[in-house]
Design a protein around this ligand. Structure first.
Ligand SMILES: Cc1cc2nc3c(=O)[nH]c(=O)nc-3n(C[C@H](O)[C@H](O)[C@H](O)COP(=O)(O)OP(=O)(O)OC[C@H]3O[C@@H](n4cnc5c(N)ncnc54)[C@H](O)[C@@H]3O)c2cc1C
Length: 442
């Protein structure tokens, strides 16, 4: 798997230096020793993949890093990326008994990283229960966390899995979307390489975009797993949106992560106030923009970003403009843009524009970040697979869709959550397919 499209220059690495550097070996043991090993492990219950948290932490405390990593990988094959990207405050660490006692929670994410980093450094392959013993063949469409977890689980249980990804590199948003200071694209690809060594086949640069392509896959595979993620970013639908100097948040993030965008200057306006908007705003600051505004038509208390992400953006120097709405993008002097805005207020739960409240911001880049659209195009091709509000309808436990040969998981089912939710969905679907195949052959 070539990582040739990824940047290796030191300048970019320095700009996106890690938000949370790894614990030292000694600090990790001290931290592991603080764990109370709760018998009911609320941290494990709070993890969508149900990692045995006390179990892996106990092994770190006793110096058994390999055993610790294998514990994590049994539950979550993307344990390395989840250690870096999970919003632990609202998951495992938020559920830690110490948090409830107003004490500092165990740094579960950092300890998970310690075990996974040691495992990677050892170069050892993840064990496979019974390689190639199963006749089952599954195509996983999409190369993101949901499909990776599904394919890995299938191969670990002896079945065969092929991941089909339209982009050049696999990993989905782990490679192209998550902020580089949390997870480097190169580390995402490294993790995918570990999954490839389980026997998973990858077909990258291939889009499944028609009914005919699906029919061909049905002939080649027993089941098809849909790990398609969400659709493109939503448009602002204002005049001037297609001007040069307008780049949506996902384009901006993917461009810098792959080294195609190395520097920004002047003033950048990000429109939106979710986690993706914050990632784009922070990236703009780190790429060198002097001033970065986040513009939101509602108030601070309505923003959908996590509190810790909001705090982080303030630390990065991002400035917030509340209750302002863009209405047009025009051309300014010297190639700059003029973002026309109006002041908004809420009345009876609805946003209304305050009369005569126009103002303009001269800027160099406008970044729409108002959410991803639901999937539309491919869903029309999937006969028998129902969709509601652009999300695939699938069984909550098995991931099976209305067409019994199709399963689905991750963002395309849940509408966009976290990496760990996608991993859980992919793993559950793999187990259900294995069970279904066993029943069919009994
Ligand atoms: C900017 C951003 C930052 C984020 N940061 C975090 C974070 O810090 N922590 C966290 O836990 N979560 C984060 N998330 C959410 C997380 O990335 C997603 O929940 C997760 O990646 C979902 O995995 P998935 O496999 O369902 O979809 P994706 O990761 O989107 O993968 C889907 C893949 O399918 C491919 N594909 C789609 N259609 C086709 C087709 N027809 N043929 C072939 N391939 C196709 C796509 O190219 C893509 O690679 C972030 C999301 C965004 C947008």
């Amino acid at each position: 798997m070539s990582t040739a499209v990824l940047p290796h220059d030191e300048q970019l690495r320095a700009r996106f230096s890690e938000l949370k550097p790894a614990l030292t070996a000694q600090a990790a043991v001290i931290e592991a020793d603080r764990c109370l090993n709760c018998f009911d492990a609320p941290c494990t219950a709070a993890c969508p993949t149900h990692i045995d948290v006390p179990g892996f932490i106990k092994r770190i405390a006793s110096g058994n890093l390999r055993g610790s990593a294998l514990r994590i990988l049994d539950a979550n094959i993307l344990g390395a990326s989840c250690a870096r990207v999970c919003p632990v405050d609202v998951l495992c660490e938020g559920a830690c008994v110490l948090t409830r006692q107003n004490r500092k929670p165990i740094q579960i994410g950092q300890l998970q990283r310690r075990a996974m980093d040691a495992f990677w450094a050892s170069g050892e392959a993840v064990p496979v229960a019974a390689p190639g013993t199963h006749k089952l063949r599954v195509a996983c469409i999409g190369g993101g966390p949901a499909s990776l977890a599904c394919a890995a689980e299938l191969c670990r249980q002896g079945a065969r899995a092929t991941v089909i990804e339209r982009r050049e590199l696999p990993g989905g948003l782990n490679t192209y979307g998550v902020a580089e200071y949390k997870l480097r694209a190169a580390d995402s690809v490294h993790e995918v390489e570990m999954i490839r060594r389980l026997g998973v086949e990858f077909r990258c640069g291939l889009e499944v975009d028609s009914a005919a392509a699906l029919v061909a896959l049905e002939a080649e595979f027993d089941f098809i797993f849909l790990g398609l993620g969400l659709g493109a970013m939503q448009r602002l639908n204002i005049p001037g949106e297609d001007a040069e100097g307008v780049m949506n948040a996902l384009e901006l993030i993917a461009a810098y992560k792959t080294g195609h965008l190395r520097e920004l200057h002047g003033t950048v306006v990000v429109v939106g106030a979710g986690n993706t908007a914050i990632d784009a705003a922070n990236a703009a600051r780190r790429l060198g923009a002097d001033t970065v505004y986040m513009l939101y038509r509602r108030s601070e208390s309505d923003m959908s970003a996590f509190d810790f992400e909001y705090e982080h953006a303030k630390q990065e120097g991002v400035q917030f403009l509340w209750r302002r709405q863009p209405v047009a993008i025009g051309q300014g002097e010297h190639g700059r843009l003029i973002l026309e805005t109006v002041q908004a207020r809420e009345a009876d739960g609805k946003i209304e524009v305050i009369p005569d409240s126009q103002s303009a911001i001269a800027c160099d880049l406008v970044v729409p970040a108002i959410g991803q659209s639901p999937l539309t195009q491919i869903l029309q091709e999937l006969r028998g697979v129902q969709a509601r509000d652009g999300k695939i309808v699938a069984d909550r436990v098995t991931g099976q869709t209305g067409n019994p040969r199709y399963y689905a998981g991750g963002d395309c089912v849940n509408g966009g959550r976290e990496v760990v939710d996608a991993v859980a969905g992919g793993k559950r679907a793999a187990r259900a397919m294995l069970k279904e195949a066993e029943v069919a052959h009994a």
